[in-house]
Design a protein around this ligand. Structure first.
Ligand SMILES: C[S@@+](CC[C@H](N)C(=O)[O-])C[C@H]1O[C@@H](n2cnc3c(N)ncnc32)[C@H](O)[C@@H]1O
Length: 280
């Protein structure tokens, strides 16, 4: 499937920003104008201030990996970054799917992703200079992408079969800091707080390793980084676009319980900032 990263928006008889925003499902909650905020699945507006930013980003070169609607890329630009590159894979066939795929899960992801249109709407509304490029985290290398003062990897490691390889590729393009904000296993964080422990999914959907707090920190370290903040748990707040299934769904399946939890409380995540080491 060939996909154009930044297809131009319709100009003749163009719908208003509010209409464009209402015409699709959003993953990110982004304030696009005084009147219009995208109704995201996750409330990235609320989560942004507590990310472990390394301070002033003025003039910095930043990379957002797996950008989706672009919230973190636009946030880095808002914080003064001189150049922001956002990469993502627009063709979902190239994601790390498990061998057996659940068609309902696949259709749900297709509908939400919508070929990255949200990013294009947001970029235009914000008059942003963020450049989006269709590339995988596994493709990162300094010869092709250069190096970055700050790399943001958000809610992506969970979806990768090989998150250590992916983070090692990130290390090759990181000159300054890395921020990782990713899904956390609350259960193993409580039951085995000291040992790096990972829940493994890989059933039906592109969900793989979910670490406990010690596990996420360990992943970052063995990929070639030195943590400079603690690995801090938090709940990624649900946005106005998050479905709110009835509580009865919680007992039907694990995904039902996860949806109830993330719609009512938020999705267990952890955030950490690290710098590259010469040796892991
Ligand atoms: C759950 S969303 C997270 C979006 C955003 N980074 C955040 O923190 O909210 C996962 C994103 O990663 C992208 N993705 C999946 N596999 C990828 C890969 N191998 N390389 C780069 N992006 C990938 C998906 O297309 C999707 O946009």
């Amino acid at each position: 499937m060939a996909v154009t990263a930044d297809a131009p928006l319709v100009t003749e008889g163009e719908p208003s920003l509010a209409e464009q925003v209402a015409s699709r499902r959003w993953y990110h909650t982004i304030r696009l104008s005084d009147e219009v905020t995208s109704p995201g699945w996750m409330d990235t507006e609320k989560a942004a201030p507590s990310m472990p930013w390394p301070g002033d980003l003025t003039g910095k070169r930043c990379l957002d990996v797996g950008t989706f609607d672009g919230a973190w890329a636009f946030e880095m630009e808002r914080r003064g970054a001189g150049e922001v590159l956002a990469i993502d894979i627009l063709d979902e066939d190239r994601w790390d799917w498990p061998p057996i795929v659940d068609p309902a899960s696949r259709a749900g992801i297709d509908a939400q992703k919508g070929q990255g249109r949200g990013f294009a709407i947001a970029k235009r509304a914000l008059a942003s200079n963020v450049e989006r490029r269709d590339a995988s985290i596994y493709d990162l290398n300094p010869a092709e992408f250069g190096t970055f003062d700050l790399v943001f990897v958000g809610s992506l490691l969970l979806h990768l079969r090989d998150p250590i390889l992916a983070l090692s590729r990130v290390a090759t393009v990181t000159d300054g800091s890395l921020i990782v904000s990713d899904a956390l296993s609350a259960r193993t964080t409580l039951t085995s707080p000291l040992s790096p422990t990972f829940d493994l999914d890989g059933v039906g959907r592109p969900y793989w390793w979910k670490p406990n707090l010690a596990g996420l920190r360990h992943m970052v370290k063995i990929s070639g980084f030195r943590p400079v903040t603690r690995c801090e748990p938090f709940l990624m707040p649900p946005g106005p676009g998050h479905p709110r299934p009835p509580l009865s769904q919680a007992v039907r399946s694990r995904t039902g319980w996860e949806l109830i939890r993330s719609s009512r409380l938020g999705d267990p995540h952890a955030r950490i900032r690290a710098v590259r080491t010469s040796e892991p």
